[in-house]
Design a protein around this ligand. Structure first.
Ligand code: NAD
Length: 502
């Protein structure tokens, strides 16, 4: 382990907190308390207790942040060349890497996720800034072929002030993947992190300032969705909203955006299947499926929360999964377990109620099924790695996003049936396909309605791969060059240069 991370972990377990954590709104390059003095607590899910508190705001703070971001659009930031913006973003990437141990420890503590996963998230955040740093001066427009008497071309202009609403499961990576292209395109931003996990957004804002991003370009307002989030998306100064969160909130955000005719990208929920045909490498598939559902305790929009398996492989594959699930070490995120806690007590109760409901409906429980504690401390908000077998297609375990370490298995008669089961929910975020038949894999990739398809490896991606959902999983795409378009408005300029009748 990195020595700095080790020291921070030791400090946390010795004192019950970490020194120097940010705790106020970041507006116009400065830290601000809430106008009405409200505060909220940060909880450590691994021990089930508070470790910090921070300012909670609403309309006055979001209004101030949007005003600062509007002023910044008209100031030095608006004059900066794209290549200068790119250099700034590259500096941000370097500073994220320099601060990686502290960012990862704070992220692990705030979310509850295993530290090694948080380290991966922080490295991914640095990659986002590198990727879009390189793209900032490559957003070319088009030359329009009117003929010799005209010239015509398009210009990609920044859309203006953008809002970034972030959930609690991947705070730094979700923010980095939207803020980096927004800045590359020349926009300014107001960020509303989840009230459960605000800390790394504030630390990132500090890093952006250190890198030389001018005051007001990135602002962070803290508070609940109902106060700060709703005020932000209703603000007429916001020209684009990138929202990542639940379907119901996404619908409310889209309604608010409609009032101001602002554009939206919605990254919403999922109920994604790993589809395994009988000819697949079952050990390989089992290893991947364990990661797909138990990474971050299943709190991943693109988690492989369903397994659709062809009947001849069903018993063997479920046996392999149960055996692997039984070997997952449960523990506090900072102790680098394989399975950490879920993010809040309220969320733990929600997961437990899904499991209890399934048990009462007589659905076969292959393993797990109960809330538990960290054996080392006797505390924390944990849920056992859980697998329900042979679940009917219309059951809540199949149709609803649980967002926890709960896998629902569906049995398919053949590849066509597997595709029908895979498509049988309101979601369409991702799907994994496991088979040794190349053509069958690509027929299923064609026929499954999802934003991304993984063949023989789950979660293949990274910042260069466009990501987003179909159906109720969302609208629009983040990541890749594609994401830059979210933050640009195209201006078409045409001119007659000859041939006027006099
Ligand atoms: P949530 O919708 O409750 O909250 C998400 C964010 O929206 C939070 O910052 C919250 O404060 C804010 N918010 C709440 N009400 C608001 C309102 N009326 N106006 C504006 N903002 C508001 O979701 P959550 O429980 O934090 O996150 C879990 C959900 O996020 C899951 O459904 C998960 O699948 C989804 N998610 C999707 C992706 C993706 O890329 N598709 C990634 C991560 C999480």
């Amino acid at each position: 382990m990195n020595i700095e991370a080790e020291q921070l972990v030791a400090e946390y377990f010795a004192t019950g907190t970490l020194s120097g954590l940010p705790d106020r709104h970041f507006i116009d390059g400065a830290w601000h308390a809430s106008m009405f003095g409200d505060r909220m607590e940060s909880f450590d899910p691994g021990l089930g207790r508070a470790f910090h508190d921070f300012a909670a705001g609403g309309k006055p703070e979001t209004d101030a942040a949007v005003e600062a971001a509007s002023r910044a659009m008209k100031g030095a930031w608006g004059q900066m060349t794209p290549s200068a913006r790119g250099s700034l973003l590259m500096r941000v990437a370097g500073l994220i890497r320099e601060n990686a141990p502290r960012l990862a420890v704070v992220e692990s503590l705030d979310v509850g996720k295993p530290l090694q996963e948080a380290e991966g998230d922080v490295a991914g955040a640095a990659r986002c800034f590198e990727y879009y740093a390189g793209a900032a001066d490559k957003m070319e427009g088009a030359s329009l072929p009117f003929g010799r008497d005209h010239i015509g071309f398009t210009v990609n202009e920044p859309v203006g002030v953008t809002a970034h609403i972030v959930p609690w499961n991947y705070p730094i990576s979700t923010l980095a993947r939207s803020i980096a292209p927004a800045l590359a395109a020349g926009c300014t931003a107001v960020v509303k992190p989840a009230e459960q996990t605000p800390l790394t957004a504030l630390m990132l804002a500090e890093i952006l300032q250190q890198a030389g991003v001018p005051n007001g370009v990135v602002n962070v307002v803290l508070g609940t969705g109902a106060s700060a989030g709703a005020a932000l998306v209703a603000n007429p100064g916001i020209r684009h909203i990138t929202f990542t969160g639940s379907v119901d909130t996404g619908i409310a955000v889209m309604r608010a955006a409609a009032n101001n005719v602002a554009s939206v990208v919605l990254e919403l929920g999922g109920k994604s299947p790993a589809v395994v045909l009988a000819d697949a490498d079952l050990d390989r598939a089992a290893d991947d499926i364990i990661g797909a559902i138990f990474e971050n305790a299943g709190q991943i929009c693109s988690a492989g929360s369903r397994l659709v398996v062809e009947r001849p492989a069903h018993a063997e594959l479920v046996g392999k999964l149960v055996e692997r699930a039984g070997r997952l070490a449960i523990g506090h995120g900072l102790r680098r377990p394989r399975l950490g806690p879920v993010n809040s007590h309220q969320h733990l109760l929600k997961i437990a109620s899904y499991a209890d409901g399934a048990k009462s409906r007589g659905i076969a429980l292959a393993t797990g099924g109960n809330a538990c504690i960290d054996p080392a401390s006797g505390a924390g908000w944990f849920f056992q790695p859980t697998i329900f077998d042979a679940v009917p297609a219309d059951d809540a375990l199949i149709q609803e996003e649980i967002f926890g370490p709960v896998l629902a298995v569906q049995v398919a008669d053949d590849a066509d049936h597997a595709v029908a089961l895979a498509n049988g929910t309101q979601f369409g975020l991702v799907a994994g396909i496991y088979t040794s038949d190349f053509a069958a894999a690509h027929r299923m990739a064609r026929d499954i309605d999802a934003g991304q398809i993984f063949v023989n490896e789950y979660f293949t991606g990274g910042i260069l791969a466009p990501f987003g959902g179909n159906k109720k999983s969302g609208i629009g795409r983040e990541k890749g060059i594609q994401a830059l378009r979210n933050y640009c408005k195209v201006k078409t300029i045409t001119a007659r240069i000859a041939g006027h009748d006099r």
